[in-house]
Design a protein around this ligand. Sequence first.
Ligand code: ZN
Length: 309
Amino acid sequence: LTTLLISHDACLDHATPRGHPERADRLRAVQAALAHESFNALARREAPPGEMAAILRCHPERHVAALEALRPESGEAFIDADTVMSPGTWQAALRAVGGATAAVDAVIGKQATNAFVATRPPGHHAEKTRAMGFCLFNNAAIAARHAQAVHGAGRVAIMDWDVHHGNGTQDIFWDDPDVLYVSTHEMPLYPGTGAPSETGAHDTIVNVALKGGGDAEEFREAFEAVVLPRLARFKPDLLIISAGFDAHWRDPLANLNLTEEDFAWATRELMDIAGRHCGGRIVSLLEGGYDLKGLAGSVAAHVGELMRG
Ligand SMILES: [Zn+2]
């Protein structure tokens, strides 16, 4: 058993306007980093197109139909000031969903120890009925519900270390006692949600707001004091990582100043939890990360650790 890497070049065809941080070059940088010979042991698979049934577990049909109707034949269609559809966006978004559910299938089906899904657009800002923040469909949430509906997983935990709060994931699981959502994020920062007082209807939302500006000590302390104990207590059947790398010190959108080694450390800690509670099953999905060098190096560090599982 090994680590599975899932990606698809259709995700390069989601075009964003010049100067937009969430751009195809991000995925090219990730793919190039993982093409290095040190990743030869990865199993590799193309993301299949996502199934509508999987999307509809998190987003209502009317909302999905309205988004599909926005698809432009040419040029761009703006969903909000940050979130845009190009002619290739719909297929890219479907591959991002399909990559997430295929990773769940492979990991729960014991074809891989764990999996990393390198796709775009990202997902964690996508609420039930609102696409926003560069995100169309909430890939992590769809993966969690897929694990429950198709594979009978009981409890699923989602750890989100993207530097932004995953308002979409929180929205979808606010009143769901079977999905634990844990987020570390810089605050104040976009989208403005994620205060520690936001705990969900069943105390299964855990928000850790970080001030930023210093080094990684604040992040590591929060991880040890809050994130790891909450995950361990929940005893998930599957651990999903919303793996954004915009908390890296080089990232232009935020100020948390993590390094590649911090992401490697956090990965090892999560693998330890997963090893003790869910047979090591981890599905990690690319979210943000907007400095190409910081992103590529951090993904390499993260996937390198996953491969040691
Ligand atoms: Zn982010």
